[in-house]
Design a protein around this ligand. Structure first.
Ligand SMILES: Cc1cc2nc3c(=O)[nH]c(=O)nc-3n(C[C@H](O)[C@H](O)[C@H](O)COP(=O)(O)OP(=O)(O)OC[C@H]3O[C@@H](n4cnc5c(N)ncnc54)[C@H](O)[C@@H]3O)c2cc1C
Length: 476
């Protein structure tokens, strides 16, 4: 394993060590799979200097789950010694004090960052795992039974050959995706409108938001938020809080389907006067209403208030809500007019996976098949290419990719998106990936190595400079 400086060979690469990649590593450690996973060599590659939390801590909002859900990711007898230092961590105690309420994501990220550092140090020391920080994956080439992962660090390029690649580089919001999905419904945004992504706005403070919207507010321009999920209601609240005193009086929300609210039980939903479909909206396993697709915690409060009073959060900012698919009479036309008049349209319609250039060794580009809310993959996150071929050995399940609902764990029938979240990354989602990766590492290699080597020579000619590493933690 590992090899020389010209190229590195290992069993598995974990590309991206944000909450998804780290969930995989935590789970491998606590389930006892780490020795097996690291046997042929395990390299963790992440672009940031301090991997562990990805973007999660940048969002200026509360979590969509209680603090205990995050603590549960750390609570395992197998991890007790590794996490002992957390007893002295202010971040840990802050989350513990909010075990039954939703903490700020910044606090969650601080805890996950500390826990991730402990896990990374431990697996590097005990299992010979290599951690390459400040290293960017630029390209992945599938060559028969292997993946060639091209990475760059400090201006230098090198290649890792591996049999399994767990690739979670986060998500992005492509404005064209929004325009296409609106066009599918017969809706359009005027060419003069600015399309802003929720992802960017949710990372801004009030001063930054006022800056972005100053000219629109000065002209009393219309602002339209598109989407109906947690992000949409978080954006609405952040905008209303930041901009009310700068002159914001109303916002329009255009959403495709009904706004769904989460309730622990059907009785609680009935008591609250919430209308739901007992067949389609209730999870048969847990009995929860809109378990996967419903607004929770702060977004739930904002959503409820908006539905009941037409106002956003604690502010006086009015909210007009127009449903475009099977909505009440007149809603579609109102939505079309609102979009046509908008100066700013905020995209809150989900994520696409951030991917490096993906190609076959023969030269063609690999396009991954998509489904609503993410990638079309099997329960272990193994995707299909556009010709329907499964890319064995490649696994994606983080932001923008997600996984389909596991019927054994339950969900509501009306939910047709993909599932992702920190707890899933640490448990069910990564569990299936670990099983698939271990099974693959145990299979004999199909392709003789000499063929792969011949192709490297060609690529080396194309790629200059190919200079050998002074990479952080590079194998020596
Ligand atoms: C607004 C918002 C709120 C959310 N709130 C919650 C919540 O409350 N609870 C919850 O459970 N989930 C929440 N999620 C969902 C999910 O848990 C987070 O999005 C989480 O950050 C996703 O983790 P990730 O690892 O897939 O991606 P990221 O967090 O984006 O991490 C990606 C990692 O890949 C690395 N990387 C990126 N590009 C490269 C490259 N080319 N080469 C090498 N490394 C690279 C980055 O440095 C980073 O470490 C939320 C998501 C959003 C968008």
């Amino acid at each position: 394993m590992y090899g020389d400086h010209l190229e590195t060979v290992c069993g598995c690469v974990v590309g991206g060590a944000g909450p998804a990649g780290m969930g995989f590593l935590f789970n491998a450690l606590k389930s006892g799979a780490m020795p097996e996973l690291a046997r042929e060599g395990l390299i963790i590659v992440d672009a940031s200097p301090n991997p562990g939390t990805g973007r999660l801590g940048d969002y200026r909002i509360t979590a969509n789950s209680v603090g205990d859900v995050f603590l549960d990711c750390l609570r395992d007898p197998a991890l007790r010694d590794v996490f002992e230092p957390l007893e002295h961590s202010p971040a840990y105690w802050r989350i513990r004090r909010q075990a039954q309420s939703a903490p700020q994501l910044a606090d969650v990220a601080e805890l996950l960052a500390e826990a991730s550092t402990l896990v990374l140090n431990f697996i590097v020391e005990h299992y010979g795992v290599k951690l390459w920080t400040r290293t960017t994956i630029t390209e992945v080439v599938q060559d028969d039974d292997e993946y060639h992962v091209w990475v760059e660090a400090e201006g230098r390029t090198r290649r890792i050959r591996c049999r399994a690649l767990v690739l979670n580089l986060g998500g992005r919001q492509d404005p064209q995706h929004l325009l296409d999905s609106l066009a599918d419904q017969g809706l359009a945004v005027p060419p003069s409108a600015r399309v802003l992504s929720a992802d960017t706005l949710l990372r801004m403070n009030a001063v930054e938001l006022r800056d972005v919207f100053a000219s629109t507010l000065a002209r009393k321009g219309r602002i339209c938020v598109v989407g109906g999920s947690h992000s949409a209601f978080s954006v609405l609240e952040n905008l209303a809080d930041a901009l009310e005193f700068a002159g914001l009086t109303e916002v329009t929300l255009v959403h495709r389907s009904q706004i769904r609210l989460f309730y622990e039980t059907a009785e609680a939903a009935l008591e609250a006067g919430y209308a739901f479909d007992p067949q389609k909206d209730v999870c048969p396993v847990s009995g929860r209403v809109n378990r996967s697709g419903g607004l929770r915690y702060r977004a739930l409060d904002v959503g409820r208030e908006a539905l009941a009073k037409g106002r956003i959060g604690k502010t006086g900012v009015r909210l007009h809500m127009w449903q475009t698919l099977e909505g009440p009479v007149g809603h579609f036309d109102q939505a079309r007019q609102a979009l046509a008049e908008s100066e700013v349209v905020v995209q809150c319609t989900g994520y696409q996976p951030m991917l490096p250039v993906l190609s076959y060794a023969g030269g063609g580009a690999i396009r991954l098949m998509e489904v609503k809310g993410g990638l079309d993959s099997d329960p272990s996150g193994c995707p299909l290419d556009s010709s329907g071929q499964r890319l064995y050995g490649l696994h994606l399940f983080g932001l923008g990719a997600g996984l389909g609902v596991d019927p054994r764990l339950g969900s509501e029938a009306s939910f047709d998106g993909r599932i992702y979240g920190v707890w899933q990354f640490h448990n069910d989602a990564s569990g299936a990936v670990i099983d698939a990766v271990l099974a693959r590492l145990q299979q004999p290699v199909v392709q003789p190595v000499s063929v792969a080597r011949r192709r490297v020579a060609n690529r080396e000619e194309q790629r200059q400079p190919f200079i050998w590493p002074v990479l952080a933690n590079a194998p020596s």
